[in-house]
Design a binder for this molecule. Structure first.
Ligand code: GDP
Ligand code: MG
Length: 292
């Protein structure tokens, strides 16, 4: 089983969304249906019998575009280091520019494989494609350079087969079925996670996890119960805050977002607990919805 996390990075309009859609066209488990990429960290999951590729957004590498983006940047919410492979998508039909330079500079200290995706080759001749490859290969030590056309579905299969070689031998992170419930679970808990990172200056995203532990709804109201799991008491104190003020703030803002998504009133109950070294504990990992 090969599985891992992959992030598409690059300037706007280089074709990242088109590429993602093209990859996920057939074998899709989850696609976020809201295009606010800074908020939807898992953008889609590609499943095959022996492969699972989780595409995630890494806001940290883009220029901050709004307040939320800034907050996510500052707190390295989803860092480059959380992914196994980075795909730098460039528009091969336009000249190399400052925006590309900005991103390549950011890659300097990255020790992950970075693929260069030369997109939109349907607009280029073969000679022009070769020129582009030569131009880019001196700018950075790309692990692979793959010319393709996301729009015309040209060479996407090659990208997938090369990607597989770079993914670790691993577990499946998400189940193949349970599409909708898994998605809702995930989205609701991610909202809480996001509020935690916005309001605390916490720099250890890996040690916080949010898990939907209960959900009931009728036509008027949804009751949502979420556990916030941390690995040390000091962190728990920060999240709860003086007189519970922090967890109330997190809860209030999360509830408002959830009401927007669910389209009805939400009763939200948050419970923060410490589980030391929870990541190493099988029971909890299973409870958290990961497959072992
Ligand atoms: P993003 O901002 O990086 O997500 O870019 P989009 O996926 O939204 O694409 C930006 C524009 O480029 C859209 O008009 C796409 O149709 C177009 N586009 C994307 N991929 C290709 C491609 O392979 N060839 C051509 N000709 N156009 C493309
Ligand atoms: Mg896009």
């Amino acid at each position: 089983m090969r599985s891992g996390f992959v992030s598409l990075i690059g300037r706007p309009n280089t074709g990242k969304s088109t590429l993602l859609n093209s990859i996920l066209k057939e074998k899709v488990a989850i696609i976020s249906n809201k295009p606010q990429t800074t908020r939807n960290l898992v953008q889609g999951i590609y499943n095959e019998d022996d492969t699972q590729i989780v595409f995630v957004d890494t806001p940290g590498i883009h220029k901050p575009i709004d307040k939320l983006g800034v907050a996510l940047n500052a707190q390295a919410y989803y860092s480059i280091n959380d992914v196994d492979v980075l795909l730098l998508v460039v528009d091969a039909s336009v000249p190399y520019g400052k925006g590309d330079q900005f991103i390549i500079n950011k890659l300097e200290n990255v020790d992950k494989p970075v693929f260069l995706i030369l997109n939109k080759i349907d607009k280029l001749t073969n000679d022009q494609i070769l020129l582009k490859i030569n131009e880019y290969k001196d700018l950075y030590e790309f692990s692979e350079i793959i010319p393709l056309s996301a729009l015309k579905d040209d060479n996407i299969d090659r990208l997938i087969s090369v990607l597989k070689k770079y993914l670790p031998d691993n577990v499946k992170y998400f189940m193949d079925d349970e599409k909708t419930t898994q998605e809702l679970d995930f989205r609701l808990s991610e909202i809480v996670r996001e509020k935690i990172f916005i309001h605390t200056n916490e720099e250890v995203p890996h040690s916080i996890s949010c898990k939907l532990v209960g959900y009931e709804e009728n036509s008027k109201i949804a009751k949502v119960y979420i556990d916030i799991i941390v690995d040390r008491d000091s962190l728990r104190k920060i999240i709860i805050g003086a007189n519970g003020n922090m967890i109330k703030l997190i809860g209030r803002e999360a509830r408002i977002d959830m009401e927007g998504i669910l389209g009805k009133k939400v009763y939200l109950e948050l419970y923060c607990k410490t589980i030391k070294k929870w990541r190493e504990k099988e029971k909890y990992i299973k409870d958290l919805g990961y497959l072992l």
